[in-house]
Each structure stands twice: as structure tokens, then as C-alpha cells.
Design a protein around this ligand. Structure first.
Ligand code: ADP
Length: 466
């Protein structure tokens, strides 16, 4: 810390007053002799002259005494001055000398200096601690004065708005962040002194969502305001996904429920006796009930996969060829009904680590789609083999209708269907591929798709071998 410049020496007023008094005393007889020289010609001349000399001698002694006194006091007083000026550093020492009165003052000052140093040290430690905490915070923090000039801006805040760091103190807020919403909030807090909170989407921060809390600085809002921004873009996105998901589920349930209710009412209204149609109506009710059941069980699987709870058993090594055989067995009837040929090709002996029933479920979903979206007399081929990097590749290819390139990006989204006309009547839920993706990713792998419209599709799963 830089010591303030030492103030000018304060004159020792008492000493000067004594000196002035002595000079006055000397001036009186000398002045009388000069003004009335005839006094000296009278009989009193010699006496007056002696008196003047006496006065002069007394004054000289007095002045000398005063200067000696002043010299004795002024050096320790100057040291005290320098000592105080150098606070709170301890560069200037304060020796125990000089008059007794100044010595006790020096002792008191030394004690005071120790306390001042403690307070200053504590305050600077506290302030650097606070600065470190603010700099390391993930939340953006910005403080402004009452004219909306920046007092403090941490890196997280500057980063969110792509501002250059460090943001110098005193900059106009609008030069740092071109965000009218923020300026309005801070201006309101400075004006009213009332804290404000809210969730905003800020265009100048790449459209990210922030939970903001703005408070006045100290009791008096005239000192400025501080705003803390918490990035809630991911939470906002998740909330939106959840809302969309609930809306999608309701939408998916509404259709089969409305159909079941409609056909049941028709049957009760007399169609039960209509021999030509009653069976058809019951079959439609059954198909929709099956679809409802499929949706419910797929949702259950997804919610299990989504839950953060660890699986009850640890992952185990799975022989892929065995899982492929079970999955083929599950879709055999459906394939035969549609006249699709299932083929297991180039299935080498390899193992992966995970949960057998989940992997089987993923393969059944892929094979089921390959059968469902195939052409009559089409073919489905499943292959599995170890590949470079200690990984295993499982692929399901079909000679079906294929998928348009704009749908390819979205088919792993929940409830997305590229071909609604085929999916729904076939009992499709739009959740088969999202389940495949979740299962594979939970096992540390990835799934991809290549497709050519009208020629067929190929889904490939890659997992780490056990
Ligand atoms: P669904 O229950 O409708 O089969 P999925 O999530 O399994 O739901 O598949 C989503 C959509 O992707 C399907 O509706 C379909 O349009 C498309 N799709 C999936 N697999 C294939 C495939 N092998 N061939 C053509 N389209 C497919």
C-alpha cells in the first residue's frame, strides 16, 4: 500500500508565541530610546541603557530556550507524523525517545498502528477471497453503480455475453452487454431498491435461458445494483421436453382410446346383432387395445431406462450370437405372416458387457421394424462381428421401403414416425428406436442408420467387447 505524502510540519505555536513576546519586550525599551532620545540625556539614561541590555539578555535567553524546546519537541513530533502517514505499512519505526508526553503518545500510536494493520490485513484478505469466489463462480455476476456503469463483472458473465475479459471498471453497461432486458431490470432495482427475480431468454447470450436475481447494493439502492445469472438452458430444455412428451403421450393414447370407445358404443347400440360387422368391430377394438398395451409397456421401458437408479444387478458378459438367435426367434412369426425371409449372416463368436434382456429387446425392435417396413417377399439380414478397437458390430439390414434423408435425423426421437400410415396400423408406438438408442447408449455404445428410399435400410449397433 502506498503511504500518503507527509503533511507539512505543523508550527509549534507555543514556542512562537513565547518568542514573539520576548521580541516585544525587547522592542519596548529600544523603541522608547529611539522615539524619546532626550530621556537618555536626563539622569536616567544609564539606567535605561542597562535596563535595555538586561531586557535584551533576558529575551535572547528566552528565545534560545524556546528554540531548544521547539527542537526537542519537533523531531519526535515529526517522527509521529511520518509514522502515521506511513500507516498501515510498518516501514517507519517509532523509537522510544523525546519528551515523556510524546513517548506515551508514541506508545499509544504503536498499539493503534498494530490494530489498524490487523483491520486492513483482514479487510484485504476478505476482499481477495470474495474476488476469487466471484471469479470461480459458474454463475455470472455483474455489479453496476447508480449510473449503470460496471463496478464488477466476473468471467462467467462476460463469457455468457461473449464480452472481452477483464471488463474494466467504469464501463457503461450497454457497451459490455447489449441486452435491454438486463438494463431495464438493473435500472428498476437502482430506482426502487426492491430486489427482482425472473427467468429470461437473452438473445445476446445466444438465446440461452437464465434465472436472474437482481439486488440493490447495500441498504441504499443509490449505490447501485448487482445481478446474478444462473444458466438454466438445460433445465428449460428438459422442462420443454417433458411437456412435449406428456403432450405426445396424451395424443398417442387419445386415438386408440377414442376408437375403442366408439366401436364399443356402436356394438352396444345394436351392432352386436349385426353379424356381418360385429366381429370386425371387435377385432378393431382388440387391435387398439394391443396398441395401448404396446405404448404402456414401451413407456415403462423408457422410464426404467431414464431413471438414474443403478440396475439391480451388475452388467454381465453376453454372447452376441445367442442374443441374435433369441431375437430372430421372437420376430419369426411376424416375418412368416408377411412373407419376409430372415437371415443370420456372418455371425462370429463375440461377447459384449451389459444386460442380455435389454440387448435382446433392442435387436427385436430393429428386426420388428425391418419386417414391418419391408416389401412382400423381402429380406432381413442380421450380422455380428468383432471390429477394430476391441468393439463388436451388430447390423440389421432390410430390403424395405427405406427412410427419407430428412426423416433420418429424427427417427430416434420419441413418437417420431416417418411412415405413419404403416406404423400405426402395425401397432407401432414410435418408441421402438428411442428404446434402441437408450439401451445401446447405456451400454456405452452407439447406433447409426443408413437408408436409401425404396431400396432398404441398415441399422448398425457398435458396443465395446467384453
Ligand atoms: P414404430 O413403432 O413406428 O416402429 P420406431 O421408433 O421403431 O417406431 O420407428 C420410428 C419410425 O422410423 C417408424 O415409424 C418408421 O417410419 C421409421 N423406421 C424405423 N425402422 C425402419 C425401417 N427398417 N425401414 C423403414 N422405416 C423405418
Amino acid at each position: 500500500m502506498v503511504a500518503p505524502p507527509a503533511p507539512k510540519a505543523v508550527p509549534i505555536t507555543l514556542a512562537k508565541a513565547i518568542a514573539a513576546w520576548c521580541l516585544l519586550m525587547l522592542a519596548v525599551p529600544l523603541g522608547s530610546l529611539w522615539l524619546w532620545p532626550d530621556i537618555a540625556q536626563g539622569g536616567h539614561g544609564a539606567a535605561l541603557f542597562k535596563l535595555a541590555i538586561l531586557f535584551g539578555a533576558v529575551c535572547a535567553i528566552g528565545i534560545a530556550f524556546v528554540y531548544a524546546l521547539a527542537a526537542t519537541w519537533s523531531a519526535p513530533a515529526r517522527r509521529l507524523e511520518n509514522f502515521v502517514a506511513a500507516l498501515p505499512t510498518s516501514e517507519t519505526s517509532l523509537p522510544d525517545d523525546g519528551p515523556e508526553e510524546l513517548q506515551s503518545l508514541a506508545r499509544a500510536m504503536r498499539a493503534m498502528a498494530a490494530r489498524v494493520r490487523d483491520v486492513v490485513e483482514h479487510a484485504s484478505l476478505e476482499s481477495s477471497r470474495r474476488e476469487i469466489v466471484l471469479a470461480c463462480m459458474a454463475e455470472g455476476v455483474l455489479a453496476v453503480d447508480n449510473t449503470l456503469r460496471v463496478i464488477f463483472c466476473n468471467d462467467a458473465f462476460a463469457r455468457a455475453f461473449s464480452a472481452r475479459t477483464p471488463v474494466p471498471e467504469g464501463r457503461i453497461l450497454y457497451e459490455v452487454v447489449r441486452e435491454p432486458m438486463l438494463r431495464d431490470v438493473l435500472a428498476r432495482v437502482v430506482r426502487s431498491g426492491a430486489p427482482e427475480t425472473g427467468r429470461f431468454q437473452l438473445p445476446s447470450a445466444a438465446g440461452r435461458w437464465f434465472e436472474a436475481r437482481a439486488l440493490p447494493i447495500g441498504e441504499n439502492a443509490r449505490r447501485g445494483a448487482i445481478i446474478v445469472l444462473h444458466d438454466v438452458t438445460d433445465i428449460q430444455r428438459q422442462e420443454q421436453l417433458r411437456k412435449d412428451f406428456v403432450a405426445d403421450v396424451s395424443h398417442e393414447l387419445r386415438t386408440p382410446l377414442a376408437a375403442i370407445r366408439g366401436y364399443a358404443e356402436t356394438l352396444l347400440d345394436g351392432a352386436l346383432e349385426d353379424r356381418a360387422n360385429n366381429r370386425k368391430f371387435l377385432e378393431i377394438i382388440l387391435a387398439h387395445a394391443i396398441r395401448l398395451n404396446n405404448i404402456a409397456s414401451d413407456l415403462l421401458v423408457l422410464s426404467e431406462l431414464d431413471s438414474d437408479a443403478p440396475p439391480p444387478t451388475p452388467p454381465e458378459p453376453i454372447r452376441v450370437a445367442e442374443v441374435v438367435d433369441s431375437a430372430l426367434h421372437s420376430v419369426q412369426n411376424a416375418a412368416a405372416l408377411r412373407g419376409i425371409h430372415l437371415r443370420r449372416d456372418n455371425c462370429q463368436d463375440c461377447s459384449v458387457s451389459g444386460y442380455r434382456f435389454r440387448l435382446e429387446q433392442a435387436l427385436v425392435n430393429l428386426l420388428d421394424n425391418a419386417v414391418k417396413f419391408n416389401r412382400p417377399d423381402g429380406e432381413v439380414v442380421i450380422e455380428c462381428a468383432p471390429i477394430a478397437g476391441g468393439r463388436v458390430q451388430i447390423s440389421v439390414s432390410d430390403t424395405g421401403i427405406g427412410i427419407q434423408s430428412e426423416d433420418l435425423k429424427r427417427i430416434f426421437e420419441r413418437f417420431y414416425r416417418a411412415d405413419k400410415a404403416r406404423s400405426r396400423p402395425a401397432g407401432g408406438t414410435g418408441l421402438g428406436l428411442p428404446i434402441v438408442k437408450e439401451v445401446v447408449e447405456r451400454m456405452g455404445g452407439s447406433v447409426s442408420v443408413e437408408s436409401q428410399l425404396g431400396a432398404g435400410s441398415r441399422f448398425t449397433i457398435v458396443l465395446q467387447s467384453a
